[in-house]
Design a protein around this ligand. Sequence first.
Ligand code: CA
Length: 378
Amino acid sequence: MKIRDVQSHVLRHELPAAEVFGSAKGWHTVRQALLVEITTEDGLSGVGEAYGPAIVNKTIVDELYRPRLIGRDPLDTSVIWEDLYGTFRDYGRKGMPIASISAVDIALWDLKGKALGQPVYKLLGGPFRTRVRAYATGLYRHQVPDNAGALAREAEGYAREGFRAMKMKVGFGIDEDTTNVRAVREAIGPDRGLMMDANHAYDVGHAIRLGQRVERYDIGWFEEPVVPEDVDGYLQVKQAVRMPIAGGEAEYTRWGFRELTARKAVDILQPDICACGGFTEALRIAALASANGVTVFPHVWGTSVGLFASLHLAAALPPNPPAMLATELLFELDRTPNPLREQLAAVPLTRTGDLIELPPGPGLGLTLDREILKRYSA
Ligand code: CA
């Protein structure tokens, strides 16, 4: 089997004013992604997604990776991974070059599954779970006078939908964060999980101060309290607050995750399959986490492609540690409005309350809706 062609699609959706949402990084006004489609000479195709600025990822894929992929055997996923990484290692050990490898790698695993007639999670070693428990990612900043009230109503909506856990944004100043966390906790009651995500908005001192202030609201985890470069800062926060610490969505490759895991800088590691290096590298990162006793709950963002790929990865992650009542994997399900996530799959996922069934069918189990692809192609 040989690769005949590699095509890339930039997808873009401008949010209507009423759907603009804020995190500590700023207001989000557009959703965009790069999809990579790889086709073989015998007519099979696979699709992957890259995290981050789509137009730069497109240039990397089209100009640097495509010429190295044509004519290769798509089943040689590790060999291709090392070739792409090694060839451009001097200029691209983190960030968009690795996100672009991720898209290629996901597409190759999709192809491998289709070629062998098996879902990707089977090729990864089989499912530890056939449905995953999702938590709702939302509770961003709203452009309204009473943000805490809006968050409380949004949280009640997720609870009504059946989500047993949800994650909210912090990073807007300790007083406002505390007000918002209290409002959401009071809205959902004591029995549902509540996590908070600062998107690395704080230095160590302020992260600790916030963590200690909201301890009484039973926080499931505190995500990205400080910038990803500050591994010592993560350790300081982890030692000072009584809640698990999470991070890793802005890290790349086994080398990037080595220090985070070896030093146990986080309790919960959150690699993103569309950023960290695809399935091939995510398995290596998961092995590092396992060897160091760190739990992996993947970070999930982006389109249906990233969502389906993340489900296959989540199915294949062993519980840490194994036990009769092991800690259940919590799967990130973005609830912000995004047609690229909700409409791109011709057959959508089956979700009952907060339980998502693994997509059936070979590869990613995803058939792209070509009309939707065309509508949002930039
Ligand atoms: Ca996050």
